[in-house]
Design a protein around this ligand. Structure first.
Ligand SMILES: O=C(O)c1ccccc1NCC(=O)[C@H](O)[C@H](O)COP(=O)(O)O
Length: 282
């Protein structure tokens, strides 16, 4: 594991301790599944329906920073504005970073986004303890296979019992095989190697055939999301051609001054006239 991930996990452990204290003081309520508006099929259909309309299913991320770079200041009112622009441009879902120390994310940003958009909302954080499920509601929640290892299925079932559908993130074959042994329905392939931080979008192309083969043999049908390092309409087309059902994009949208136009450019990537005038050149 890269030192940055160690630091993130150490900091998350401190947050978790605080949450346990809040829970024992009854400051943190025990959340239940009842107040979750959308079920799993609704979430999956909402993402898939974009493709049926000829649009690229883009999960657009409200990302203030990464461990290596500040992108932009995002408070709850800016998170709301950005997310509404993303939805208006045709995003299939919105991802919101809630990790505070390295990504400048906040729980309040997630609340603000979820109150103001009608598409599914993904919580992006480093989930290592069940108490984190009581912090805030979301439709989807990220579970990182490389962090949870043998506890992955236990966390998937717990997430569902609390009204979240897990997006299980993998980066390599070993993590993928672990994920495929669980009841995960949504698999995210992170093109970023969390041991080196190097991004290579061919990771998606290498791992999707393994999921497809598994699905063919076992009669399952995973929703596949390609994550990280996608910047252009060409990248979007490449990931969709590889078999991705949706693509999670943060930096290239959020760093753009015009959130609506950049999201729309990526959402419209499958439309014939965005194919770089290939026909005119022939
Ligand atoms: O974004 C990072 O640099 C990062 C570093 C370490 C762990 C996770 C990280 N990112 C979290 C994400 O999953 C991305 O924000 C998401 O996939 C969007 O990626 P991008 O479009 O490349 O911003």
């Amino acid at each position: 594991m890269h030192s940055a991930i160690h630091e993130i996990v150490n900091s998350t452990e401190k947050r978790v301790k605080e949450l346990h204290k809040m829970k024992s003081n009854e400051v943190l309520p025990n959340s239940s599944a009842h107040d979750t508006a959308r079920d799993t099929n609704t979430i999956i259909n909402s993402i898939l329906s974009k493709k049926q309309k000829g649009k690229a299913p883009i999960i657009s991320e409200v990302k203030p920073a990464s461990p290596s770079m500040k992108i932009r200041d995002i408070d709850p009112s800016e998170a709301k504005r950005i997310a509404m622009e993303m939805e208006r441009a045709g995003a299939a879902a919105i991802s919101v970073l809630t990790e505070p120390e390295f990504f400048d994310g906040t729980i309040d940003n997630l609340k603000s986004v979820r109150e103001n958009v009608s598409i599914p909302v993904l919580r992006k954080d480093f989930i290592i303890d069940k108490v984190q499920f009581d912090e805030v509601k979301s439709d989807l929640i990220l579970l990182i296979a490389g962090l949870l290892n043998e506890k992955l299925e236990e966390f998937i079932l717990y997430a569902r019992s609390k009204g979240f559908e897990p997006l299980v993130e993998v980066h390599n074959e070993e993590e993928l095989l672990n994920a495929l042994e669980t009841s995960a329905k949504i698999i995210g392939i992170n093109n970023r190697d969390l041991t080196t931080m190097i991004i290579d979008i061919s990771t998606t192309e290498e791992l999707i055939p393994l999921i497809k083969e598994h699905d063919r043999k076992s009669g399952t049908d995973h929703l596949i999301i390609s994550e990280s390092g996608v910047h252009t309409a060409d990248d979007v087309r490449r990931m969709i051609s590889a078999g991705a059902d949706a693509i999670l994009i943060g930096t290239s949208i959020v760093k753009n001054d015009d959130i609506y136009s950049k999201t729309k450019e990526l959402v419209d990537a499958l439309e014939p006239d965005t194919n770089d005038n290939e026909e005119e050149m022939i």
